[in-house]
Design a binder for this molecule. Structure first.
Ligand SMILES: *[C@@H]1O[C@H](CO)[C@@H](O)[C@H](O)[C@H]1NC(C)=O
Ligand SMILES: *[C@@H]1O[C@H](CO)[C@@H](O)[C@H](O)[C@H]1NC(C)=O
Ligand SMILES: CC(=O)N[C@H]1CO[C@H](CO)[C@@H](O)[C@@H]1O
Ligand SMILES: [Zn+2]
Length: 524
């Protein structure tokens, strides 16, 4: 076949094809037109409907997260700061905590959609009213410098004026028999290690010591301001009465060399009062109580400042999360309990009290009058929000692997929920430890998985961290940590925005999770 024949053949085929289509259209096309039009309109309609209902943007997929208003959180912080200013510049257990709690309670009662309870307990409050003195008279006489040579340890006694007391070095402060004749003397302790500072000091007080002086090991350059108190102190537990000082290793060495010959003067104008305080609980009315999610933050500040970042930012964010969920009529699958802990700055006493009552059936004079409808075995997990707006912040997520055995798998799952949020927004974040320092401790210690986010405190930002997270290197993440400048100016609004939404994300995801318990047990 040659080329022209082939072309002719092709042309005939095309014409034939066109011919058949034209015939079909002539026979059926006129009648099919309305049906085809209807089908087309139906398709367009379905498309529009699907577009309107299916989650298409990030905002549609995470409505709670986007509904959280950073400005509203800031408004709560303005209120908390105002409360602090009316209470000698602080919101501690002894000052503005109760007024802060009343503000939170009022907001919850009006707009929170939950049952509001107070859980009462007592907390020791330690105060230093004047500068303490430590003087040695004898072969050498020295007036030691407060803050440089010596410190008064926190919770170290109710104040005393001791003049010319004999000094005795104690070989082993942990065992009463080895303590020797300390009655009426000032006891110097250079080696303790087998017991806590409180156990050693309290043993010596029981034996009649008039004051206790701990010398620091040489590797520390400064005297210690650690607490000398039972860590998880509760009503009825003892507290120190006599002064407890810490001195540097070199001062300790000098004191030891003159012990026996020297006399010491100790003056301390301090007090310990045991005051009533409380946790505020907001118990949700819907969702399965058998898989309760406890969202906690601490409401009190240190005595030294108003605590607007520490930890007002966490508690204001938690409040606004609760109010936003209520406004949006959120119906969680798992019950939500929000807790504003008291006395965190005095050693997590509020959250420890909660765990002691619920997990261990501990009773104090108020527990029977407070029928709070939460059982420990009902709690599936704890989310903790502490400082969320440090000025030189790093977005930190707690390391779930740090949680002890039974709480570990769940804590890792919670960590992942937070990581999802930061990855989805391409926000830099870093994993930080979850061992001590905030209110998740009583939960993980009693088998409940926990997690949370935070923005850092007094630690310095490294050069590497600056590269990855911005801000200033060689500067503290929060230079106002535990100081009087922790005010609204100390709030980083970008951090507050990102971190509060991270918190909301976790609350929304975990409270809506089907089979939350088995989800938490799933290995990574
Ligand atoms: C504030 O301090 C003054 C003087 O120290 C004291 O009298 C007053 O009771 C304090 N107020 C509050 C609310 O703590
Ligand atoms: C998390 O904690 C575990 C155990 O304490 C540790 O081995 C791991 O390195 C930590 N991870 C990070 C990213 O810090
Ligand atoms: C996240 C954080 O740093 N929170 C702080 C809140 O207050 C407690 C008690 O001082 C600190 O230990 C926490 O570090
Ligand atoms: Zn603090």
């Amino acid at each position: 076949m040659d080329a022209s024949e082939q072309q002719a053949l092709l042309q005939r085929r095309q014409e034939g094809g066109r011919g058949r289509a034209a015939q079909w259209w002539a026979r059926y096309g006129q009648r099919a037109l309305p049906a085809l039009t209807a089908l087309l309109l139906l398709g367009v309609g379905a498309g529009i409907w699907a577009y309107g209902t299916l989650p298409t943007s990030d905002r549609d997929k995470h409505p709670y997260e986007y509904a959280l208003g950073t400005e509203r959180i800031r408004e709560h912080l303005v209120q908390l700061l105002d409360i602090a200013s009316r209470h000698n510049g602080s919101r501690s257990v002894a000052t503005g905590h109760a007024a802060s709690a009343e503000y939170v309670e009022e907001q919850l009662r009006r707009h929170g959609d939950c049952d509001v309870y107070r859980q009462r307990f007592v907390s020791p409050v330690w105060r230093v009213r004047g500068e303490p003195r430590l003087r040695v008279r004898g072969p050498v006489s020295v007036d030691y410098i407060f803050g440089t040579d010596f410190e008064i340890m926190r919770y170290g006694g109710r104040g005393a004026r001791i003049g010319g007391a004999p000094l005795v070095e104690v070989a082993d402060a942990c065992v009463a028999e080895g303590a020797g004749a300390v009655a009426g003397r000032v006891a110097l302790v250079r080696h303790s290690g087998r017991c806590t500072a409180f156990e050693a000091a309290f043993t010596l007080e029981q034996l009649g010591a008039r004051a206790v002086v701990f010398a620091r090991p040489p590797r520390f350059r400064e005297p210690s301001r650690a607490r000398v108190r039972i860590v998880d102190w509760k009503e009825g537990d003892p507290l120190m009465t006599v002064p407890v000082l810490s001195v540097t290793a070199s001062v300790g060495q000098l004191l030891a060399s003159v012990a026996g010959a020297a006399r010491v003067d100790v003056e301390a104008d301090t007090s310990i009062d045991v005051v009533k305080t409380f946790n505020v609980l907001c118990v949700g009315r819907t969702g399965d109580p058998g898989s309760t999610v406890v969202v906690g933050s601490h409401l009190d500040s240190v005595a030294a400042g108003p605590g607007i970042n520490d930890n007002g930012s966490g508690s204001a964010a938690a409040l606004e999360i609760r109010l936003t969920l209520a406004r949006m009529r959120h119906r969680p699958r798992n019950r939500l309990v929000f807790a504003w802990w008291g006395a965190e700055e005095d050693g997590l006493l509020g959250s420890r009290h909660f765990a002691r009552v619920l997990a261990h059936g501990w009773r104090n004079r108020w527990t029977d009058a407070e029928p709070i409808d939460v059982r420990w075995e009902d709690i599936a997990l704890n989310l903790n929000f502490d400082m969320l707006a440090s000025p030189n912040y790093i977005a930190l997520v707690h390391n779930g692997t740090d949680a002890p055995g039974p709480a570990r798998a769940g804590s890792c799952q919670i960590q992942r929920v937070f990581e999802d949020y930061f990855s989805r927004h391409a926000y830099p974040y870093k994993i930080t430890d979850m061992r001590a320092g905030s209110d998740f401790v009583p939960f993980i210690d009693n088998g409940v998985p926990a997690g949370g986010v935070l923005t850092g405190a007094g630690e310095l930002k490294s050069v590497d961290e600056r590269r990855d997270h911005g801000g200033l290197a060689h500067a503290a993440l929060d230079t106002c940590y535990h100081r009087d400048c922790d005010t609204l100016l100390n709030i980083n609004m970008v951090a507050l925005h990102r971190m509060s939404r991270a918190a909301m994300h976790a609350v929304a995801i975990l409270s809506s999770k089907r089979d939350l318990r088995s989800y938490l047990q799933r290995a990574s």
